[in-house]
Structures are given as structure tokens and as C-alpha cells.
Design a protein around this ligand. Structure first.
Ligand code: ACO
Length: 448
């Protein structure tokens, strides 16, 4: 099979959200800290009737219906998530309900977990399967689903929630350039979830930012090396049309792109103009460690990279800014934003994707956008996802109600023997929701 990649996509995020401007005021943070400082507009969250399982049921059902895929045509289903509902039973098994109905239980794959990287692991597994000798000709399906919630404090505004479903197969409009790839993996404690009684992570915010940027540098160097070996020319940011980043919050994305610019400067790549060279020259002798700490470098590189950022990164920032960090779905929601913004003008373009999961695992990889055959074309994917409408139909909660919801969810986490309020008035038709967790911790869902 050739040009294996993403044939179709759909995205779901909860209709309930809180404005960062309101949250900022409510938390007593200085004005502009969440909106300008973190670069975020809104944060979506699950109320008691939604969770990672209901969101992924909604996304999968919707994708199959809108692209008219019969559930029997799926041969592999992989889920990426870091939201733990059960330590043994995979989210994938909950999704099997959709396929069992049609008599299809012959579906490989389970869940992949490592912070925000699980979705990328799931995607690579599916692509590898289609490219392998065990492929049986059917489609692969990847689901990224997470509810990102933090304890009260500085990390709370970087929460979010969403599920994304992606259909995998050959002759895809979003094809992998599998040769151009660089990974960086190591053992660190920047963000982790050791307390199994709590949904909240333990997070060293500053360390996680530095780890993210170090991993990006390392992946970029490796991707450049591979590109140069295969293409016999130096890689620079000009060789890619767009860069899409895992987006915990937009400010880190701005810093990341600036960091790539600084890398190009150090490698004397063609993307850096004379003015930029002059501005960055004072930082060329910094050690790696010093360079992560230098506020002046951060500022100077963001400034010189600004014009390219607007062209190559900004179009992928809509959903992450509006929904927040969606953990495993974050990178793919950023990619969906790019599709939404640029639509069929993406044909022939190269998109570089950066996936980061704390702990840590990171990969920089490349997509080539191709002309697709209906229903598997970029323009149809954009139509199906209908992002503007989904954003428009949301309901803003006041911060107090958001905080109350977080408290209720803390209480419900790991609990049994309860029914939900079944207030589903805010959910769109076709949305799955949680109705009950029985005395055996078994979870029950219904569809609106
Ligand atoms: N107006 C404008 N900007 C402001 C204002 C204001 N009133 N107040 C603060 N800022 C700026 C700061 O200068 C800073 O920007 P800078 O980094 O460009 O200087 C930014 O707002 C954030 O302020 P900090 O004081 O650095 O924020 P704090 O330390 O309180 O929290 C953090 C930020 C660490 C990101 C926290 O939200 C967090 O821990 N989040 C979760 C961890 C995370 O997402 N890590 C990323 C990778 S790992 C992952 O994906 C989970």
C-alpha cells in the first residue's frame, strides 16, 4: 500500500466551556495572565454526564456515519488516552459496542498511554499495521480522547477536553512521509499521575516547559539529519509549509516555533535573514542549558520568528486556544484547525507535526497533503468536522459553575453506585452520555 495516512477525521469537544478572561478574574490572577500570558481564549470541560468514553463513542459513531463507513470495514482500533477510568479494561473495549452490533469482533488493537503522546503511538501503530504483512485490507481507526483537569492553582487554566477519531488507510489525502522523523525519549518527572485516587496530575510546570523545548530541539536535529541524508540538502523551516505543535497552551507553541528558528540560526540554515542573524548573534555562544533559561533569547527569537509564525503556525491554533489542552487530542485538534483554516489550498504542502508526552516521549514527523478521492478529501474532512458551528453552539459557564463541576467530578472519580442527573439539555443530538455507574463499577451510556 502507498501513501498510508489519515483518510478521514472527526472531532468532538464538550459544549460546556469557561472563558479564560472570566476565569482569570475569578482566580484573582492579574489581568491578561491567561489570555495573553498563556495565550488562551476558552477552556472546555466535561460535566458529570460526559467522560472520555462517551466523547470517544460520539466521535467514532459520528465518523462512521458521516463518511458512510460500515463498522465491518474496520480491522484495527487503537485508542490513545491518559485519562484513567479503569486500570485494566481499555477504552477500546467500550468502543467495541459499536462494532459488535454489526457482528464485527475481529478488531485488533488496545489503548496506548504515555501522557499526551498516546494518540501518536496509536496512530503509528495503525499506520504500521496497514504497511505490514498482517494487514487484511480493512481500515484502521485511531481515537485520541482525554479530559485534562488540574487541581486549583496555576495549571488549572491549561485544562481542556476532546475526542478525535481518524480513519487510517492507503491513498490518503494526509499521507505520512515516514522517512522524515525524529524522536527523543527519556526518564523525567515533569508531569505524572502517581496518585491513583485522583484524576489530577502532579506537575512541575517550569520543568515541563523546559523538557518540551529540549525534546523539540532534539527531535528537530534528528529530523534535519535524516532529511539531509536522504535529500542531500540542508533542511530549514522553509522546507515545510506548516508546523503543528502539541498545544498545552498557545504561549508554549509561540516559544517552540521561536526555538526552531534559533535552531536554524545555529545551523546556519537558509531560513534566517540578515536582520535575524544580527539579533540572535549575541546568543550563539550560550550553552544548551543557558539557552533554555535566557529570557532575552526567548524574546529576541520570538520577535524574529513572528512573521514566519503567522504564516506557518498561526492557522493551526484555533481549537487549542478555544478548547484548551486536550492531551492526546491536542496535536490532532491543532492539525484539524489547520485543515479548517487552509482547506484544499493545502494540497501538495508539507506539514511537520510535533508530539510531546511528559515523562517523556516526543516525535517530530511529517505529513504530505494530497489530492483525495471523495469522501476522503481535505475539503470533505473540513465539511464533516464543521468546526465553526461546533464552536458557535457552545455554552459559556461562569467560573463558579466550572469550579463546582470540578468539585463534583473529584467526588465522582473512582466512585460507584450513582446515577447522573441526566441533564443533557446542552448536548447536541447524537451525543453519548453517562447515565449510571452501578454497584460493580460498571458504566452505562446512552445516546441523545
Ligand atoms: N499579562 C500578560 N502576561 C502575563 C501576565 C499578565 N497580567 N501575568 C503573567 N503573564 C505571563 C508570564 O510572563 C508568562 O509568560 P512568559 O513565559 O512568556 O514569561 C505567562 O504569563 C505565564 O505566567 P507564569 O507566571 O509563568 O505562570 P505560572 O507559573 O503561574 O503557570 C504554567 C504557567 C507553569 C504553564 C502552568 O499553567 C502549568 O503548570 N501548566 C501545566 C503544565 C503544562 O502544560 N506544561 C506544558 C508541557 S506538558 C503538558 O502538555 C501537560
Amino acid at each position: 500500500p502507498k501513501n498510508v495516512g489519515i483518510l478521514a477525521m472527526d472531532i468532538y469537544f464538550p459544549p460546556t466551556c469557561v472563558r479564560q478572561e472570566a476565569l482569570e478574574a475569578h482566580d484573582g490572577a492579574s489581568k491578561g495572565k491567561y489570555t495573553i500570558g498563556l495565550g488562551q481564549d476558552c477552556l472546555a470541560f466535561c460535566t458529570e454526564v460526559e467522560d472520555v468514553i462517551s466523547m470517544s463513542l460520539t466521535a467514532v459513531r459520528s465518523l462512521l456515519a458521516k463518511y458512510q463507513i460500515n463498522p465491518t470495514q474496520i480491522g484495527r482500533l487503537e485508542v490513545g488516552s491518559e485519562t484513567v477510568i479503569d486500570k485494566s479494561k481499555s477504552i477500546k473495549t467500550f468502543l467495541m459496542q459499536i462494532f459488535e452490533e454489526c457482528g464485527n469482533t475481529d478488531i485488533e488493537g488496545v489503548d496506548s498511554t504515555n501522557a499526551c503522546y498516546g494518540g501518536t503511538a496509536a496512530l503509528f501503530n495503525c499506520v504500521n499495521w496497514v504497511e505490514s504483512s498482517s494487514w487484511d485490507g480493512r481500515y484502521g481507526l485511531v481515537v485520541c480522547t482525554d479530559s485534562a483537569v488540574y487541581a486549583e492553582g496555576p495549571a488549572r487554566p491549561t485544562g481542556g477536553a476532546a475526542a478525535i477519531a481518524m480513519l487510517i488507510g492507503p491513498d490518503a489525502p494526509i499521507a505520512f512521509e515516514s522517512k522524515f522523523r525524529g524522536s527523543h525519549m527519556s526518564h523525567v518527572y515533569d508531569f505524572y499521575k502517581p496518585d491513583l485516587a485522583s484524576e489530577y496530575p502532579v506537575v512541575d510546570g517550569k520543568l515541563s516547559q523546559t523538557c518540551y523545548l529540549m525534546a523539540l530541539d532534539s527531535c528537530y536535529k534528528r529530523l534535519c539529519e535524516k532529511f539531509e541524508k536522504l535529500e542531500s540538502k540542508k533542511f530549514s523551516m522553509l522546507d515545510a509549509d506548516y508546523f503543528v505543535f502539541h498545544s498545552p497552551y498557545n504561549k508554549l507553541v509561540q516559544k517552540s516555533f521561536a526555538r526552531l528558528y534559533f535552531n536554524d540560526f545555529l545551523r546556519n540554515a537558509s531560513s534566517v535573514d540578515e536582520v535575524a542573524k544580527e539579533k540572535l548573534a549575541p546568543f550563539s555562544a550560550l550553552s544548551d542549558d543557558e539557552s533554555y533559561q535566557s529570557r532575552d533569547l526567548e524574546k529576541a527569537s520570538q520577535q524574529v520568528a513572528k512573521q514566519l509564525y503567522d504564516l506557518k503556525v498561526q492557522p493551526s491554533t484555533l481549537i487549542p486556544k478555544q478548547v484548551g489542552n486536550m492531551y492526546t487530542a491536542s496535536l490532532y485538534a491543532a492539525f484539524a484547525s489547520l485543515l479548517h483554516d487552509k482547506n484544499s489550498s493545502l494540497e501538495g504542502k508539507r506539514v511537520i507535526m510535533f508530539s510531546y508526552g511528559s515523562g517523556l516521549t516526543a516525535t517530530l514527523f511529517s505529513f504530505k497533503i494530497r489530492d483525495g478521492q471523495h469522501p476522503f478529501s481535505v475539503s470533505n474532512i473540513v465539511k464533516v468536522m464543521d468546526i465553526s458551528q461546533k464552536l458557535k453552539l457552545r455554552h459559556e459557564f461562569p467560573p463558579e459553575k466550572f469550579v463546582d463541576t470540578m468539585k463534583l467530578m473529584e467526588h465522582r472519580y473512582g466512585a460507584k453506585d450513582f446515577v447522573t442527573s441526566k441533564d443533557i439539555s446542552l448536548l447536541l443530538p447524537g451525543t453519548y452520555y453517562l447515565t449510571e455507574v452501578d454497584s460493580m463499577y460498571r458504566r452505562f451510556y446512552a445516546k441523545k
